[in-house]
Every structure is written in structure tokens, then in C-alpha cells.
Design a protein around this ligand. Structure first.
Ligand SMILES: [Zn+2]
Length: 478
């Protein structure tokens, strides 16, 4: 069978892709709004106007209700919902995690999803919550694995199968499970049971779980972050390699009077002005009904996905993540993923621009990658590293080589001045963080080449940030 997921653009671990389903392609990253088949706040056929190309609904709710079940079996789920695009179905795992038990076996509900014409079906996995003992996570993960294997035999040829990755907050289990599932050749890989992490703002733990799952999965598999629906974390999740999101957040937040934005949440009653230009907010009256608030929440969520896709096309996804991760728990997550720079470095495509947006930019993978590039230089003997060549022109003949210096990257020879990242970066005057990165790369170069180095620096560089360097080089203020 030809690959059902095709990637067209990449940046960091994020990508723009096309997932082919029986009811048409889904361009990713995509948000699938959750539609309640009983009482949808926004009707399925209205979802397209916001930018939704696909929906997700709960097959278990349909299955349990005789009227809905019969209608779905005779006319199909698309006719029941009045939506002719791709429909993904969930299986009842959510009910299982909420109520502790459900009245259907996994293979029955998978066959039901197949029979009602679902485009992407899901077995009943066990959504193991965070922080449980290893033994429980392993035991439940094995049940999930068994149900996925079983589902592969009864999902039919048409329906795509989602194979949820579990393992609680045990990163080794997440990675192993992902690796095992990767070999089963399912079509979509949801990262399951992460809603409790998101609800408690544990974005660092969430990031670690996503990275562990990605480490085990083949890179060409589409990844679905189950239950993620707040636009403020889409950029981070996409950068970590998530392709699909589903959420009832637009409706749940609306019910609680909460107004979503790409940088956080407001209580609607606190807003004298609506900071958005969607059709609902543009009308000007800040007293929105629940339905209008849900509409705004959808507009803003889909707008954020477009911003993310353009950032991927422009090779600026890291910059966008840095701009979005200003909420403290998200900033913490950004710092967490920066510690895993090595894995990003290996896969991040070549860039053509670098904007220094915050002190976190100093720890971007491109900076570490530049250090490796420096180590390929052939250098020996006495080296002058200067931040202001006009002032050091006269002394250069005393040295074997002269290098320039740019924070956060570090030293570079004149011939790299026009190349990425030196020539294509916009950075402010060196700050504490960018000096630290530049000095780290310089020290690494001095040590690896055993150089006799002199660092000539002008007053834009803070002497206190150069203390460590003074053990490796002669410091010469200009
Ligand atoms: Zn709005």
C-alpha cells in the first residue's frame, strides 16, 4: 500500500504533511474539533468555515445510543453528522478513564467504527494516568498493545487505524511502546493519556513524553496529540513533531466563559476589549454568548495553525516557539527541550535566517551546530579573536590567524561572514545568555585545537561574563 502520509515541508521536528483518508486528504498540522453526536455546540457542517477539514467524534457515544447506532449503521457516520470530510472516531477510552469501565469490547467497537465508515478508527486503549508505578504502566501498556494487534485484524482495508502510545510518565516505556508500534504499520500514532499533564500545566513533562514517543517512532509516521486543543501550546507541540490535534477545548472553555488566544487564556468577563479580529470579535461587543465564544475559540485555534505552517515554510518554527513559550510553564518546557538539542541538531533542516528573539535563542540547536562547524577549521598557533576589527588591524600581524566574534555563535573566520548563521542572523548587542553560548563555543575551539588565544573585545561585551574565558585566553579590552 502506498504511504498514506506524505511530508512536504520540515522545520525542527515539525512538518507540513498530507494524510490520505477515504474521505479526502488532511493537511497537517491539523486540528480536529471534537463533535458530540448528541448535542454539538457548533454543528459539524459549520466547522469548515473556521478551517476544519476533518472532525473527531466518539464512536462509543454513538454505539450506546440505539437511535444513533441504527442511523450510523444504516447511513454511515458521515450522513449522521452531516459532514462529508474525514471523520476520526475515538473508542471510549476517555469514558474508561473517567468512569472506570465501559460496556463494549475493543474489537467490537473497532468493527463498529469500520462498519459506520469512520476514516480513522481507534481501539480501546488503556489511558494510564501520569505518575503511576512502573509495573502498572507496563501491565496496562501490554493490554493496549494486544488490543492494537487485535484491531489490525478487524479494521478492514479502508479505515485507517490509530495505534495509541501509552506508558504514563515512564519515558523508557513510552519509547519502547512507540518502537514496537512502529513495526506494526498502523496509520496514525496518538500519544495517549496526556490530558492530565496539560490540565495541570506540566508542559515540561508533556514535552519529555512527546520526545520519548518520537524517539521510538519512525519519523515518517503521523503523530496525534490526544486531547490537545489550546492554541498557546500548538507551536511547541508541532516543533516536537505532533501532526494532529483534537479537542473539545473550544467548547469546554466557552462553557466556562474562557477566551482563548495564542498566548494564553482570558476570562471573558475581564475583557473590556476583544484582542482579535475574527468575525465574532470584529463586531465589537465584548459580551459574547457561549456559542460566539466557542466560535472565537475555533477561529483563533485555526489561525494559529496557519501561523505555524507559514513558520515551517519560512524555517522559523523555533523563533515562533520562543515567542509563544512566554507563559511560565511553557517557558520551562522550552528550557527542557533545549537540553535535548543534540537530537534536534541531527534532523533540523538547513536554515536561511536566525532571529534572536529572547535569551532562550542562545540555546537554539543552530548554536550548538555552529560549534561543530568551527571544529572543522584548520587552526594552529597564536590566534586573535576580535569583536572590532577596525581597532585591532595593527596588531593582527603578530598572530597566525585572526577570527571575528559574534554572539551567540562564537568565533568565526572572515570567509564565514556571509554564510548562515553568521551572515543571516539578526541579534542584539551581546547579553549574558548569548555571551555565555559564544564563550562556550570559543573555549571548546581553543581546547580542541590547543590554541594560544587572545580575545580583544569592545565595550558591548560585559567583562563579568568573560571570567571563565580568562582561564583559556588573554583578555584584551579595546
Ligand atoms: Zn475572535
Amino acid at each position: 500500500m502506498p504511504d498514506r502520509f506524505e511530508i512536504t515541508h520540515k522545520d525542527v521536528f515539525g512538518r507540513i504533511g498530507k494524510l490520505t483518508t477515504p474521505h479526502g486528504p488532511i493537511e497537517t498540522p491539523a486540528l480536529l474539533p471534537v463533535v458530540n453526536p448528541n448535542a454539538a455546540l457548533v454543528a459539524p457542517d459549520e466547522m469548515r468555515q473556521f478551517g476544519a477539514v476533518a472532525l473527531i467524534t466518539n464512536a462509543y457515544i454513538v454505539y450506546r445510543n440505539t437511535r444513533l447506532k441504527e442511523a450510523a449503521l444504516s447511513g454511515g457516520i458521515h450522513q449522521l453528522l452531516g459532514f462529508d470530510g474525514p471523520i476520526m472516531t475515538d473508542s471510549g477510552s476517555f469514558q474508561l478513564s473517567t468512569y472506570g469501565s465501559i460496556e463494549v469490547r475493543s474489537e467490537e467497537i473497532v468493527a463498529f467504527q469500520r462498519d459506520i465508515g469512520s476514516d480513522i478508527g481507534t481501539p480501546i486503549d488503556i489511558p494510564t494516568p501520569p505518575d503511576v508505578p512502573f509495573e502498572r504502566a507496563l501491565r496496562e501498556l501490554n493490554v493496549t498493545l494486544e488490543r492494537i494487534r487485535e484491531a489490525m485484524t478487524c479494521c478492514g482495508a479502508e479505515m485507517l487505524l490509530a495505534a495509541p502510545i501509552q506508558g504514563s510518565t515512564h519515558l523508557d516505556l513510552r519509547e519502547q511502546h512507540a518502537r514496537l508500534l512502529s513495526t506494526l504499520d498502523a496509520d496514525v500514532y496518538p500519544i495517549g493519556a496526556v490530558v492530565p499533564l496539560m490540565e495541570s500545566y506540566r508542559y515540561s513533562d508533556l514535552s519529555n513524553v512527546i520526545m520519548a514517543c518520537k524517539a521510538g517512532l519512525a519519523l515518517n509516521k503521523p503523530v496525534h496529540l490526544f486531547g490537545a486543543g489550546h492554541p498557546m501550546m500548538f507551536a511547541l507541540a508541532v516543533a516536537l513533531g505532533c501532526d494532529l490535534f483534537d479537542s473539545a477545548a473550544y467548547a469546554l472553555y466557552a462553557r466556562a466563559g474562557r477566551y482563548l488566544t495564542a498566548s494564553g487564556t482570558h476570562q471573558l468577563s475581564d475583557l473590556a476589549y476583544l484582542p482579535c479580529s475574527c468575525p465574532v470579535c470584529a463586531a465589537g461587543d465584548p459580551k459574547l454568548t457561549e456559542r460566539e465564544l466557542a466560535e472565537h475559540n475555533l477561529w483563533v485555534s485555526f489561525a494559529e495553525l496557519k501561523t505555524i505552517k507559514q513558520a515551517i515554510v519560512d524555517g522559523q518554527l523555533w523563533e515562533l516557539v520562543e515567542r509563544r513559550c512566554r507563559y511560565p510553564a511553557l517557558l520551562q518546557a522550552l528550557r527542557t527541550i533545549q537540553k535535548s538539542c543534540a537530537s534536534f541538531e541531527a534532523i533540523e533542516p538547513l536554515k536561511c535566517s536566525f532571529l534572536y528573539t529572547s535569551t532562550e535563542s542562545a540555546e537554539r540547536p543552530d548554536v550548538a551546530r555552529f560549534s561543530k562547524k568551527l571544529n572543522n577549521l584548520e587552526l594552529t598557533g597564536r590566534v586573535l579573536i576580535t569583536t572590532n576589527r577596525k581597532k585591532t588591524r595593527d596588531m593582527e600581524q603578530e598572530f597566525d590567524t585572526t577570527l571575528l566574534m559574534k554572539a551567540p555563535f562564537g568565533p568565526y573566520p572572515q570567509e564565514l561572514a556571509e554564510t548562515y548563521p553568521i551572515g543571516q542572523s539578526e541579534v542584539p548587542a551581546p547579553d549574558h545568555a548569548s555571551t555565555k553560548s559564544a564563550v562556550r563555543n570559543l573555549i571548546e575551539l581553543i581546547r580542541s585545537k590547543n590554541l594560544e588565544a587572545t580575545f580583544a573585545y569592545d565595550d558591548r561585551w560585559n567583562r563579568e561574563d568573560l571570567v571563565e574565558l580568562s582561564s583559556y585566553a588573554t583578555l584584551l579590552p579595546l
